[in-house]
Design a protein around this ligand. Structure first.
Ligand code: PMV
Length: 333
């Protein structure tokens, strides 16, 4: 069987995209900036099904069993696949299996990892390398804009042209430039009830959305320069302001979306306190209740020993900045 496997990382947006100017083509209203992760990855294996008449979608569960993909995953792949097929003019039925190394749909960018893995596996299967220039756009056509950023490692901006809001993702610095850590406090590992897609579509209904869009170029520039200059204090300021602004939009959308849990807020408060005590630490929250605690490698152990005492954290994922998709020699089937 001619199998192709890749792993592709999740990413955590430091400046997030929220709201689209073209929902059909997943074109955002603002440029975003993320840090690619290294331990939270999706793995995708695909292979042609000789003589098969339809695609087959599988999921490798945490017991290591290959089971039929659930309806949400299946629908996501079925939405993405036609764009990939059309791009390469490739129509043979496929068996596609995926798995994640982290909780799915809980605000840890499982769609970014999953769809960038699918696009990357398809590109490699069609004889191209992982540096294929269109990979970012092919990942975006899944409907998950954040997938466009996962095709690159380090710190990544999407769209690459922030003024025109166009073009594929662009790496602004590789992972080695600043090896930041991401301690992910999992407050609730369940699948979130309001998807990011629904959140994007509701963004316009918040009266505060135009103000957010007005502030974002300044936030992006502050974060970008802070990264280039490895200035943690300036990065922390941009990251936390932006995260709170995003959730303000979610909470003031009609109907409102409340992603936070009491433990989310408790972590945010403690992180601010630790920063005022001189630690390089800040926090951001994706479309979910879980908190990404970003810190320098040097301050990681102290930050964790302070935060682990907080109640209502189910578990921690210790991640750090990493590289983009990789081809694998081991397959899921
Ligand atoms: O890529 P999507 O459609 O799942 O949306 C991602 C939205 C956020 O994670 C909240 C922000 C971002 O830029 O990653």
């Amino acid at each position: 069987m001619n199998r192709t496997s890749v792993s592709s990382p999740a990413n955590i947006a430091l400046i997030k995209y929220w709201g689209m100017r073209d929902a059909q083509n997943t074109l955002p209203n603002n440029a975003s900036l993320s840090m690619t992760l290294s331990r939270c990855v999706s793995i995708c294996t695909l292979a042609p099904l000789p003589g098969g008449s339809a695609d087959e979608f599988l999921w490798k569960n945490r017991h290591g069993e290959l089971v039929p993909a659930d309806p949400t995953l299946r629908a996501g792949i079925e939405h993405h696949l036609p764009a990939l097929r059309e791009h390469f003019d490739y129509w043979q039925p496929l068996r596609i299996a995926t798995t994640n190394t982290f909780p799915t749909g809980a605000g840890i960018a499982s769609s970014a990892a999953g769809f960038s893995a699918l696009a990357a596996a398809f590109v490699v299967h069609c004889g191209q390398s992982l540096s294929y220039p269109a990979l970012s756009d092919l990942a975006r056509l899944s409907g998950s804009g954040s997938a466009a950023r996962s095709v690159s490692g380090g710190f990544v901006q999407w769209p690459g042209n922030a003024q025109q809001l166009s073009g594929p993702a662009l790496q602004i610095a590789p992972a080695q430039h600043w090896p930041l850590h991401d301690l992910i406090a999992v407050v609730d590992a369940r699948h979130k009830t309001v998807s990011s897609r629904q959140g994007h579509l509701l963004a316009n209904s918040s009266e505060f959305y135009p103000t957010r869009l007005k502030l974002l170029p300044e936030r992006l520039e502050q974060a970008r320069r802070a990264i280039l200059e490895r200035d943690f204090t300036r990065l922390a300021d941009a990251v936390e302001r932006e995260a709170i602004e995003l959730h303000l939009i979610a909470m003031t959308s009609q109907p409102p979306i409340f992603y936070w849990k009491p433990a989310t807020l408790a972590i945010l408060e403690r992180v601010r306190q630790l920063r005022s005590e001189g630690m390089d630490v800040c926090a951001t929250i994706d479309a979910g209740p879980n908190v990404h605690v970003l810190c320098t490698a040097q301050h990681g152990p102290k930050v964790f020993s302070a935060l682990r005492k907080l109640p209502d954290i189910q578990h921690w994922i210790f991640d750090q900045i990493g590289d983009g998709p990789k081809r694998l020699e081991q397959h899921l089937f």
